[in-house]
Design a protein around this ligand. Structure first.
Ligand code: PBG
Ligand code: ZN
Length: 328
C-alpha cells in the first residue's frame, strides 16, 4: 500500500545527490568567444550583450590571460575589420584582425587553444557569409567561389597560429575544401571544428551587433538551415564527418537540444553546442530586471547542454560560469 520503490531515497542528502549525479559541468567543457577590433586600448561594450566587449588586440590578450587563468581551455576569435569589400579581403589577408589577434594570443599564452571562426560575413560589404557577384542585390551566395576564399582564410589563420579552424558559413563542401587547403599548406595536424548544423536563427541578433555582420539585404536562408528540419541536420553532420571534420557543432543550442541529442547518438566525434548571443542576452536581460537568478539559470542551462550530449559548449557565460563553479 505504501510505495516500495522510492527514488527520493537517493535525494535525501547533498553528498548522496552528488554521488549519483550523472552530468558534471567543468571549466574544460567551455569555449569563450572574443571579438577583435583594430586599434589599441579599445574595450567597447556590445549594447545588446552586457558583459561582452569588442576588444583591440592588446585587450584581447589581457582577456585571454583571464580566460586561461580561470582554466578555460580555449577561445574562439571573431574579427571586425576596418574595411569591408566584396572579396572579404580582411578575412584572408595575413594582416587581418583575427590573424593579428591569434598571433598575439599564442605568443603570450602558448597554452591557450585559439580557435578561428572561418567565415566571410564580418568582412563583406553586404554582410553575407559568401561570395556575391558584383552588383548582385538579391543575395545569391555563390558556393564554389566562396570555397576558394574560405581556403585562403583558413590557411592564413593557421599560419597566424590558430590551433583550430572553425568554418561557420554552411557552404556545401566547405570542410573538404578547407581540409585540402590546410593539408597542402603543411597544416595536416590542424583540426577542423565544423559548424555542421547551423540554423537560420533569430537568436543571432545580438551577435550581429557585436560582429557588425548583419546582411545588408536578404537573409541567410539559402545557406543556413530551416529551423523546422531535424533529419537534414543529421545529413549535414554526416557530410561534414565524411569530408574530414574533427569536431562538429550544433547552433543555436537551447532551442535545438533535440538535434544535439540525435547527433550525439549517431556520431562518435566530439560534439560542440553554441549557446548563442540571443540566448545569452535573454538571460542577461531577465537577470538585470531581477526576474531570474542568473547564476542558477546559467549553470542549469550549461549542465543541460552537457546532459543533452554536448562535449563542448561555446558560451558568453563561460567566465562567470567558472567563477560560480569555483564558489560551489
Ligand atoms: C556567422 C556567425 C553567426 C554567429 C557566429 N558566426 C551568426 C550569423 O550571423 O549567421 C552567431 C553567434 C551568436 O549568435 O552568438 N558566420
Ligand atoms: Zn558568416
Amino acid at each position: 500500500m505504501f510505495p516500495a520503490i522510492r527514488p527520493r531515497r537517493l535525494r535525501q542528502h547533498p553528498q548522496l545527490r552528488r554521488m549519483v549525479r550523472e552530468t558534471v559541468l567543468t571549466a574544460s567543457d567551455l569555449i569563450y568567444p572574443l571579438f577583435a577590433v583594430p586599434g589599441e586600448g579599445i574595450a567597447q561594450e556590445v549594447k545588446s550583450m552586457p558583459g561582452v566587449y569588442q576588444l583591440s588586440v592588446d585587450k584581447i590578450v589581457t582577456e585571454a590571460q583571464e580566460v586561461y587563468d580561470l582554466g578555460i581551455p580555449a577561445i574562439i576569435l571573431f574579427g571586425i575589420p576596418d574595411r569591408k569589400d566584396l572579396d572579404a579581403t580582411g578575412a584572408w589577408h595575413d594582416c587581418g584582425i583575427v590573424q593579428k589577434a591569434a598571433t598575439a594570443v599564442k605568443k603570450a599564452l602558448p597554452g591557450l587553444i585559439v580557435i578561428a571562426d572561418t567565415c566571410l560575413c564580418e568582412y563583406t560589404t553586404h554582410g553575407h557569409c559568401g561570395y556575391l557577384q558584383v552588383g548582385d542585390l538579391t543575395g545569391r551566395v555563390l558556393n564554389d567561389p566562396t570555397l576558394e576564399l574560405l581556403q585562403r582564410t583558413a590557411v592564413s589563420q593557421a599560419r597566424a597560429g590558430a590551433d583550430i579552424i572553425a568554418p561557420s558559413g554552411m557552404m556545401d563542401g566547405f570542410v573538404q575544401a578547407i581540409r585540402d587547403a590546410l593539408d597542402d599548406a603543411g597544416f595536416a595536424d590542424t583540426p577542423i571544428l565544423s559548424y555542421a548544423a547551423k540554423y537560420a536563427s533569430a537568436y543571432y541578433g545580438p551577435f550581429r551587433d557585436a560582429a557588425e555582420s548583419s546582411p545588408q539585404f536578404g537573409d541567410r536562408r539559402t545557406y543556413q538551415m530551416d529551423p523546422a528540419n531535424a533529419r537534414e541536420a543529421l545529413r549535414e553532420v554526416e557530410l561534414d564527418v565524411d569530408e574530414g571534420a574533427d569536431m562538429i557543432m550544433i547552433k543555436p543550442a537551447l532551442a535545438y537540444m533535440d538535434i544535439i541529442w540525435r547527433v550525439k547518438e549517431i556520431i562518435d566525434l566530439p560534439v560542440a553546442a553554441y549557446n548563442v548571443s540571443g540566448e545569452y542576452s535573454m538571460v542577461k536581460a531577465a537577470a538585470l530586471k531581477g526576474w531570474i537568478d542568473e547564476k542558477q539559470v546559467v549553470l542549469e542551462t550549461l549542465t543541460s547542454f552537457k546532459r543533452a550530449g554536448a562535449d563542448l559548449i561555446l558560451t558568453y557565460h563561460a567566465k562567470d560560469a567558472v567563477r560560480w563553479l569555483q564558489e560551489a
